[in-house]
Design a protein around this ligand. Structure first.
Ligand SMILES: C[S@@+](CC[C@H](N)C(=O)[O-])C[C@H]1O[C@@H](n2cnc3c(N)ncnc32)[C@H](O)[C@@H]1O
Length: 449
């Protein structure tokens, strides 16, 4: 700590972190044998499509955290604070997504004039040009000649077939509306102090339209929304690098896995492909199980034919999952629910567990920007000084996901201590934490009394 008493020493240390982490990222790309990505690339780099991005993401967490900290020290404060607020990139990306601009440009790899592009998507050409210039400034799309735009490696994400684009669309169209009423919910008599699911900013935003029911109940009878939501979950997994869990947990020592709240199999399908010895049970709401079976028939029919995958409908707020399996895995489930419901889900799982069963909660984990001397870190990674211990802006997606959970569901991401509290209430003890960067895998076993 004392090494950084001088402000200039902190700047130098941040510069060193930026340098070493960027070099680490370069070496991760080179290890693939395909060199480094280029700003002009029009295809994905092979590393963009792999499931184990842990080393790259660790480097980028340092890089993004250190460069944001450095620029926020050196830039005028008016500038940095307005950068936080003055940010319509989400709205521009929303236009590109809804108008399918990246799909049109896919047919014109050499680029398309903004006049022709605007005609193709039936929008005003001057407005389309302004949207594209704003995004191009951030590296998404490329101006190949004056007013001629083409796709690049970033804008490929905005194609309608891309799952992360589908996840982005959920934010630009829905979550942005909920975020727009957040202060109103904080001063409303009914909503302000409530942590109930039906008092989410989403419910407030749609109050006039008489919306009732939790997020998942609303999707029950809206198949189109449900299909998009589950594609968005595949995209969220890609964005978070969550499939890293396939490589960094000892699946070889496990025989059976229950994917509790499996969705259509964003986790369990690649798991079944990588570890053919596993017997896998997918459990989700009945309408989602139908959707999941269809998805598995297309993407992993061999696992169905072998009979090593099963589908069992559940309402995990009321029912006990299939009993006596080795692992009960919950990805992005516990963070959807306030403490009371989250504890109920874990209690129901606890009833199904055998003496050696494990519960794996795979979610974002919140940690403080200040570490108290002498207080353990519970196995979480700590950033090197003088970075904020939780990596600051390097953890951007984790903390934004926490806000998404609030705005859409009145729920939250938790600290490890908060996870321990709900685990203890369900008779579980935390045994291990795996740092997967944007998400953490938190292992629980039955608590010994
Ligand atoms: C955020 S998604 C996560 C899906 C999947 N685990 C993944 O990582 O992509 C939450 C899942 O919980 C399921 N779910 C919501 N309420 C449920 C309930 N009461 N019982 C069972 N599943 C439920 C939803 O259908 C959805 O698939």
């Amino acid at each position: 700590m004392t090494a950084f008493n001088e402000p200039e020493a902190k700047l130098e240390a941040l510069l060193d972190i930026i340098n070493s982490s960027a070099r680490q990222a370069i070496s991760e790309y080179k290890k693939t044998g395909h060199g480094v990505p280029s700003a002009d690339a029009t295809t994905f780099h092979p590393l963009d499509l792999t499931t184990d991005t842990l080393a790259l993401k660790k480097a980028i967490r340092l890089l993004e955290g250190a460069y944001h900290q450095l620029s926020s020290i050196l830039a005028p404060p008016q500038h940095t604070v307005m950068n936080l607020v003055f940010n319509y990139n989400w709205a521009c990306a929303g236009v590109a997504l809804r108008a399918r601009i990246a799909d049109v440009l896919d047919q014109h790899p050499e680029g398309l004039s903004v006049d022709k592009l605007a005609d193709a998507v039936n929008l005003d050409k001057i407005k389309v040009a302004r949207v594209l210039r704003a995004l191009t400034l951030m590296g998404c799309f490329k101006e190949v000649e004056r007013d001629v735009f083409a796709n690049n490696r970033l804008s490929l994400i905005l194609q309608s077939a891309n799952n992360t684009g589908c996840y982005a669309r959920l934010h630009t169209e829905d979550i942005s509306k909920f975020a727009g009423v957040v202060y109103e919910t904080m001063i409303d008599d009914e909503f302000s102090r409530s942590h109930e699911v039906d008092k989410a900013p989403r419910v407030f935003a749609f109050k006039k339209e008489g919306m009732k029911g939790n997020y998942f109940e609303v999707m029950k009878d809206d198949e189109e929304r449900r299909v998009d939501f589950h594609r968005a979950m595949l995209g969220q997994s890609d964005m978070m690098g969550a499939s890293t869990v396939l490589h960094h947990y000892h699946w070889d020592d496990v025989s059976s896995v229950v994917d509790v709240g499996s969705g259509i199999g964003a986790f369990s399908t690649p798991l079944a492909k990588m570890f053919p010895h596993l017997r896998i049970t997918n459990q989700d709401l009945p309408e989602v199980m139908v959707q999941a079976q269809n998805a598995w028939e297309k993407s992993a029919p061999e696992a169905l034919l072998d009979g090593r995958v099963e589908f069992m409908p559940i309402n995990f707020l009321e029912d006990v999952p299939v009993v006596g399996k080795d692992v009960y895995y919950l990805r992005h489930i516990i963070h959807n629910w306030p403490d009371a419901e989250a504890t109920t889900i874990l209690r129901n799982i606890r009833k199904a567990m055998g003496p050696n069963s494990r519960v794996l909660i795979h979610d974002c984990v919140i940690s403080h920007t200040l570490q108290t001397p002498g207080v353990g870190t519970n196995g979480l990674s700590i950033a090197p000084e003088p970075m904020l211990p939780n990596f600051g802006a390097g953890s951007h997606r984790t903390y934004q996901t926490d806000l998404t959970m609030w705005f859409a569901l009145n729920s939250k991401e938790r600290t490890l201590d908060e996870m321990k509290v709900i685990g203890t209430a369900a008779g579980l003890a935390l045994t291990q934490v795996y740092d997967l960067v944007d998400t953490m895998l938190v292992e629980f076993r039955i608590a010994q009394s």
